[in-house]
Design a protein around this ligand. Sequence first.
Ligand code: PDD
Length: 281
Amino acid sequence: RIAYVNGQYVPHDQAAVHIEDRGYQFADGVYEVCEVTGGRMVDERRHMARLVRSLGEIRIAMPMSLAALGVVLRETIRRNRVHDGFVYLQVTRGVARRDHYFPDPSTPPSIVVTARAADPRKADAQALQGIAVITTPDNRWGRVDIKTVGLLPNVLAKQAAKEAGAREAWFVDAEGRVTEGGSTNAWIVTQDGKLVTRQADNAILRGITRTVMMEVAEKLQLRVEERAFTVPEALAAKEAFVTSATNFAMPVVRIDGKPVGEGRPGPVARALREHFHETAE
Ligand code: PDD
């Protein structure tokens, strides 16, 4: 495997950044995960737009032009011969002596790109089963709309899910409303067939998959309501599911050990999953 690190393509097992990289010391950086199908990035334009926004929000300079970045992403995919899988991109504020203040503006941001293959049939098999989720208080910072590499609460929540035999953790805010998953957006299908997902404010990441699923829903003539929902509401729903670049639409069949609806994947999540790639760019 080959990784791109600050201007060079290097063997993956030798790819490294400096110990005083601000990503390492302060989680002072942002990232994107983009699906690859048939060797092509899915929704590249939207992922790049979100990257630009994330960088802008934390005032890291764009490390290279979007066109140049596109070349690096494609070259990393090509060198790793990824047909189906994911490409990962991380930009940090660069290497500087440890000091909380931003380093000198001449400090170049660090860029890392990796790509790996993933068998889409595995995810499809999982989607036939659905996944279990647990819930956990949302103890993250107030700007989770920025896709930063500061993911410790997400790591702890997802590990707790794993140890409870579940795949994802849903964060719940102080009012008892679900914000999102540890690495996914959360959705329900109400008994009258409406799709509900939380409004994209500072309390969730505006998932690219979430945005595309709204377009898929429109094509399928399903109504979408952007509002918060509670865990009891999700348990009483017809269906629940999560979305992300790595999951598309993945049915949620249990929440904290209790079944959602019939406790089986439902037709709405299945339809969204099936139609996702015709709508994604
Ligand atoms: N996670 N919410 C959070 C907290 C996320 O980390 C992600 C993506 C999403 C979904 O966003 P998108 O549809 O653009 O993938 C929502 C990526 C896949 C990850 O961290 O691996």
